[in-house]
Design a protein around this ligand. Structure first.
Ligand SMILES: [Fe+2]
Ligand SMILES: [Fe+2]
Length: 358
C-alpha cells in the first residue's frame, strides 16, 4: 500500500477508484486526511453509477472528481487545474500581463502535450492566444517578469518553451519589428521543441553521458515537431520552417540537415539565439545555470561562425540592459511585417534599419 511519504514529492496524485472495493477506498480516504495530499489529488471514478459514486466521493471529502469514461483529457484538465491553482497563488507577486501570459502559454502547451502523447490531432489554434499574450506582456512589462514567472513551471520543456518565446519576442522588439512578426516569434518559441513532447523526460533530463542512440533520438525533435505542424496545418510555413531549423548553424555544423548560411531563415536565426540563451541560463538536472553575461560570452564565441553576429549584437544589448528587461515601449513607427516573407531584419536591401547595433 502506498504511504503518505511516497506521495509527498508528487506534484499531483491520481487515484483510480474504478475497480476498488470499500477497504481500499477507506485506505485512500485515510491518506487524503492529510490536507497536502488531498489538495493535489484527483479521484477518477467510473460513470456506471456516477451519481452514487460522485456523492460518495464528495462524502469522503474528495475535491476533484473525474469520470474515467471521459478519457485522459479529463484527467489532464484536472491535473492542469491543480498546477494552475498553485501557479495563480504564486503569480500574485508578478506583473499581471506576464502572469496571464505565463498561464496562457502553459495551458496551450499542456493541452497539445496531452493530445500528442495520446496520438490525437493537435489543436495548434490553442497556442495563438498564448503567443499574443506573451507578445503584449513583453512590450508592456518587459521580458524580465515573464522569465521570472516561468521558473514556477513544473515541466522543464514548458518552462523552456515559454522563456524562448519571451526572449525571441524581446529580440524582435529590439529590432523594432511589427506586431505580426512578434506574434510569429512567440508562436515559433512556444512550438519550437514540440517534437520533444514525444521524447521521455528521463532521456531529456538524463544526468549521465548520452550514448549515440540517445543523441540520435533527441536530434529527431526539430523534424518531428515540424512534421506534426505540417500534418495539422494552419501554422504559418515560416514558423514550421523555424521549428525544423532551430538547431541549424550558419557553418553547416547543426542538425537535422546541416543547412548553411542563407538557407537558414531570419526567423530561425532569431529563434536559435533565443533558444541557446535560454538553454544556457536555465538549470537542468545535468547542468547548473549560467548568468546572462556568461551566456552571452559563450555565444560571442559562436558569433559569425554558428549564429548570426548582427542579431547577437542586438540581443546582447537588449538582454544585458536591465531597463530593457523591465519594459520596452512600442516603436514609434513599426515597419511592415518581414519574417513571414523570410526577409532578414538586418539586411540592408530591406531598407535602412532604424536600430543601432551595439
Ligand atoms: Fe530544440
Ligand atoms: Fe529549445
Amino acid at each position: 500500500m502506498t504511504t503518505a511519504d511516497d506521495l509527498a514529492d508528487a506534484p499531483a496524485v491520481v487515484f483510480s477508484l474504478g475497480n476498488l472495493g470499500p477497504f481500499e477506498i477507506r485506505q485512500i480516504r485515510a491518506l487524503c486526511g492529510q490536507t497536502e495530499i488531498c489538495r493535489k489529488s484527483i479521484f477518477a471514478i467510473r460513470a456506471r453509477s456516477e451519481r452514487a459514486r460522485a456523492m460518495q466521493a464528495e462524502a469522503f471529502g474528495f475535491r476533484r472528481v473525474v469520470f474515467l469514461e471521459d478519457g485522459p483529457q479529463a484527467v489532464q484538465d484536472a491535473i492542469t487545474a491543480i498546477f494552475e491553482d498553485e501557479y495563480k497563488a504564486a503569480l500574485e507577486e508578478f506583473a499581471p500581463l506576464s502572469a496571464e501570459a505565463f498561464l496562457a502559454g502553459s495551458r496551450a502547451l499542456a493541452a497539445i502535450g496531452c493530445e500528442l502523447r495520446r496520438l490525437k490531432p493537435v489543436r495548434i489554434s490553442r497556442v495563438a492566444p498564448g503567443a499574443e499574450k506573451i507578445s503584449n506582456a513583453i512590450r508592456t512589462e518587459g521580458v524580465g517578469e515573464l522569465v521570472k514567472a516561468v521558473n514556477l513551471h513544473h515541466d522543464p520543456t514548458c518552462r523552456h518553451s515559454i522563456a524562448v518565446a519571451g526572449y525571441a519576442v524581446a529580440l524582435g522588439q529590439a529590432l523594432d519589428l511589427a506586431e505580426e512578426d512578434l506574434r510569429l516569434l512567440a508562436m515559433a518559441g512556444l512550438l519550437h521543441d514540440l517534437g520533444k513532447m514525444l521524447i521521455p523526460v528521463s532521456l531529456l533530463d538524463k544526468a549521465g553521458r548520452l550514448d549515440y542512440g540517445d543523441i540520435a533520438r533527441i536530434r529527431q525533435h526539430p523534424e518531428l515537431g515540424a512534421k506534426i505542424l505540417r500534418m495539422q496545418g494552419g501554422v504559418e510555413p515560416a514558423v514550421v520552417r523555424a521549428v525544423r531549423s532551430h538547431h541549424e548553424y550558419l557553418d553547416g555544423s547543426g542538425y537535422p540537415f546541416g543547412l548553411k548560411g542563407e538557407r537558414i531563415s531570419p526567423l530561425s536565426r532569431m529563434l536559435t539565439i533565443a533558444d541557446i540563451f535560454t538553454a544556457l541560463t536555465e538549470r537542468r538536472a545535468y547542468k547548473p545555470e549560467k548568468s546572462p553575461s556568461e551566456a552571452i560570452a559563450i555565444m560571442a564565441g559562436m558569433a559569425g561562425r554558428k549564429i548570426d553576429a548582427g542579431l547577437l549584437a542586438v540581443f546582447r544589448s537588449a538582454v544585458l540592459n536591465t531597463a530593457f528587461a523591465r519594459r520596452h515601449p512600442p516603436p514609434k513607427s513599426p515597419g511592415r511585417p518581414v519574417l513571414k516573407e523570410g526577409i532578414h531584419p538586418l539586411r540592408p536591401d530591406v531598407g535602412k534599419p532604424r536600430w543601432t547595433v551595439a
